[in-house]
Design a protein around this ligand. Structure first.
Ligand SMILES: Nc1ncnc2c1ncn2[C@@H]1O[C@H](COP(=O)(O)OP(=O)(O)OP(=O)(O)O)[C@@H](O)[C@H]1O
Ligand SMILES: [Mg+2]
Length: 267
């Protein structure tokens, strides 16, 4: 199951894209192993996420410890917690950018990560949205959104239709030929959202997607995202520092502290 994976560079400005077995250590593109040209989905859509006894260490620093979570298919879990508690690390483990030190991650019935196994990102059927948008600056809006479909070798005519449909969905039909630098922050994040959903992944991961936007814009985009997530019926994990935002987008809320889940609740 190929997937687009975009990760911001250390500067946070230029996106690097990762495909292939060494995606956790080096950015490069490798040929897609299996392609879908028929529909939007890759079969098991959406997937339940099951995390059992998950832990992660960076050398001698234990960052995550005994994380146990089950996120039912088609629902959104918001992940809240203080800076440094391990939220992004958990997303990176789910995405395949890191391998767990112990424990397991299942998407549906499929084991995708443990201390012995790490299914590469492009085989996880996921989409991800970052705080800093991570758009390709040299590509137009339409080209950015089209990229995951190109990687899946979807036929040109179908790509065109799907890009137009998803741009309409996020309210950017009139901006298709602009470059990211010619858009506002909110519009750029809508492009990133469109790119994440255009291939209709079974799982969406959001890492503080609205943190760079001002309050009013954040509120309206948050409601748009919640509506979109409900329509897509995708399983999602949404990291935020904002409880109100969590209450709008998610059906479940997990609070983390010092690498552990300390509370699970509903908004
Ligand atoms: N590559 C790395 N090597 C060593 N330590 C790391 C690495 N990445 C993250 N850490 C450490 O792991 C801990 C958790 O980091 P993480 O980025 O997951 O926190 P976070 O909850 O997302 O914080 P924030 O809300 O500020 O984004 C921090 O102490 C951080 O310094
Ligand atoms: Mg983080």
């Amino acid at each position: 199951m190929p997937c687009l994976f975009v990760h911001s560079s250390l500067s946070g400005k230029t996106p690097l894209y990762f495909y292939g077995r060494n995606a956790r250590t080096a950015p490069y593109i490798c040929p897609i192993q299996r392609v879908s040209t028929m529909g939007y989905n890759d079969g098991d859509h959406p997937a339940t996420i099951n995390i059992t006894g998950l832990g992660h260490r960076f050398v001698d620093l234990a960052v995550l410890d005994d994380i146990n979570l089950r996120i039912p298919a088609g629902t959104t879990l918001a992940l809240l917690g203080p800076s440094g508690c391990g939220k992004s690390t958990l997303l990176r483990l789910l995405a395949g950018l890191l391998q767990p030190s112990h424990g397991q991650i299942y998407f549906g019935d499929r084991l995708i990560a443990s201390s012995h196994l790490c299914v590469p990102p492009e085989q996880r059927n996921i989409g991800m949205v970052f705080q800093d948008y991570a758009l390709w600056p040299h590509m137009s809006v339409a080209q950015n959104v089209d990229f995951p479909l190109q990687m899946r070798r979807v036929a040109r005519a179908e790509r065109h239709t799907r890009v137009a449909a998803v741009l309409e969905r996020v309210g950017l039909s009139d901006f298709a030929s602009r470059r990211p630098a010619e858009l506002s922050g909110g519009q750029q994040q809508r492009v990133a959202l469109a790119r994440a959903i255009v291939a209709e992944p079974g799982i969406l991961l959001f890492d503080e997607p609205l943190s760079n936007l001002d309050r009013d814009l954040r509120d309206s985009l948050c409601r748009d995202m919640a509506r979109l997530l409900a329509q897509l019926h995708t399983t999602a994990i949404y990291v935020t520092h904002d409880r109100a935002e969590a209450g709008i987008v998610a059906q479940h809320i997990a609070y983390m502290a010092k690498g552990r889940i300390v509370e699970l609740t509903t908004p």
